[in-house]
Design a protein around this ligand. Structure first.
Ligand SMILES: Cc1cc2nc3c(=O)[nH]c(=O)nc-3n(C[C@H](O)[C@H](O)[C@H](O)COP(=O)(O)OP(=O)(O)OC[C@H]3O[C@@H](n4cnc5c(N)ncnc54)[C@H](O)[C@@H]3O)c2cc1C
Length: 406
């Protein structure tokens, strides 16, 4: 006897649970299967990981019913400052985005992973069938549905299997979906800082010749640092003790932050680009990093994934309401047409920005500086960039991202 579901989701990271909750709220029967044990990320200690959520992503979290408890734990991003500089020399030409210039009044929210994951976990435990510590190990599609085999011997039957199983998606591999991508030769060092000066809700992106350094505001006098460096340099800096790490980092921050100290452990993430060559296969759809693993340069990885969640949820729910089979190619093609071009364009855009800025050329530095200065000098252009960063210019905008019910 097989367990019957409308949708089985492989992957209980962030995008899988968000999709699961959107679908159960619309009346579907959903199971989320996650290889990681339930407690791995829910211990609740501050671990330095945090996300810059676009306003449209926040609307989705409101729509699936978890933002209410998260709002008080988030930090509104009111301004973004992007500029380039060498050590101790932050250039004069930069981009200055102020949320007050758009009607929403802010540009996004910073939220720590521990709060977001815990809220998703609690909601999953209450509302859907969540199977932690279990792997999807095989899948077999047929005209009527798909059988999903689990590591504990169970077989789940569904109309659709969603791969939300990250950059090395087994769901994609088993469905015969190839990937395109490359290694950036860079590693991101991630940490949280306590600082003596207030950050005022300002997010900083500092383009250093060695790679981009993002310093993003967290509640209180605390910031999250994502520092992308060439791999060998990152390894050298990661091996330093905390005091030496801070003495290497602080000259890049000039005096904006005052005295700084580490607020938690440091992490290293090797950076690569990986794009699935298709987001769909027979009775299979991919979302999040399983579909597109991107450079963290503009903090857009999760935001892109949540756009997939909104578009796929809407495609599935509309098909269900029209009496169609939710796992049919027409539903899946609609989803892929909605998302693949947008995600690929953004992934390659971030790739180009990283290449353009992560080098030592002084000539390129002055061209880049003039480019940023020129955008900054034209208010309508500046506002267009702001709306894009806040995820407000997606066309067509899925209902969940525009604050409408699914
Ligand atoms: C340094 C860094 C900084 C970042 N900063 C930002 C930011 O500021 N803003 C932003 O929007 N994004 C950011 N991102 C990107 C963001 O972290 C990712 O896009 C996001 O976490 C991807 O979530 P996911 O659910 O798609 O995949 P994952 O989080 O990778 O989850 C995949 C899940 O699948 C499970 N799994 C794997 N195989 C199986 C299997 N066979 N069966 C069942 N389950 C399986 C795993 O256990 C895991 O839980 C950053 C990324 C990095 C590296």
């Amino acid at each position: 006897m097989k367990n019957e579901h409308d949708v089985v989701i492989a992957g209980g990271g962030l995008n899988g649970p968000a999709l699961g909750l959107a679908l159960v709220n619309a009346g579907l029967n959903v199971a989320v299967v996650d290889a990681a044990p339930e407690r791995a990320r829910s211990a609740g200690n501050f671990d330095g990981r945090a996300y810059a959520l676009a306003l449209s992503s926040v609307r989705l979290l409101q729509g699936i019913g978890i933002w209410q408890e998260l709002a008080g734990q988030s930090q509104p991003i009111t301004k973004v400052v992007a500029r380039q500089g060498r050590q101790g020399d932050i250039g004069p030409f930069g981009l200055f985005f102020d949320g007050a210039e758009i009607e929403e009044g802010l540009l996004g929210h910073m939220l720590e992973d521990r709060f977001l994951y815990r809220a998703l976990l609690a909601a999953m435990q209450e509302r859907l069938s969540f199977l932690p510590g279990t792997k999807v190990i095989a899948q077999q599609a047929d005209p009527g549905g798909i059988n999903v085999s689990l590591s504990d011997g169970r077989v789940l039957r569904a109309r659709l299997l969603v791969g939300a199983d990250g950059r090395r998606s087994g769901v994609a591999e088993r469905a015969g979906i190839d990937r395109t991508g490359w290694d950036y030769g860079q590693t991101a060092l991630v940490a949280a800082l306590d600082q003596s000066n207030s950050h005022d809700g300002t997010a900083h992106q500092i383009f250093l010749p060695t790679g981009p350094l993002a310093v993003l505001p967290l509640p209180g006098k605390r910031s999250s640092v994502v520092w992308s460096l060439t791999r060998s340099r990152a390894e050298t800096i990661a091996a330093l003790d905390d005091a030496d790490f801070l003495s290497v980092l602080s000259p890049h921050l000039s005096d904006i932050f005052g005295d700084i100290s580490l607020a938690g452990p440091r992490f290293s993430y090797p950076l690569s680009l990986t794009l699935a060559n298709s987001y769909v296969a027979e009775r299979v759809a991919l979302i999040g990093d399983a579909a597109h693993g991107v450079h963290p340069i503009a903090g857009q990885g999760l935001n892109l994934g949540l756009r997939d969640v909104a578009a796929l949820a809407e495609s599935i729910v509309d098909a269900m309401r029209n009496g169609e089979d939710i796992g049919f190619a027409t539903t899946l093609d609609r989803y892929q047409g909605w998302r693949r071009f947008d995600a690929t364009t953004l992934a390659l855009g971030m790739d180009s920005v990283n290449r353009l800025f992560s080098n030592e050329s002084r000539l390129l530095a002055s061209v880049r500086g003039m480019g940023m200065g020129a955008i900054n000098a034209v208010p309508p252009l500046r506002r267009r960039f702001m709306r894009q960063a806040a995820g407000l210019s997606i066309d067509p905008m899925p209902r969940l991202l525009s604050g409408r019910p699914l």
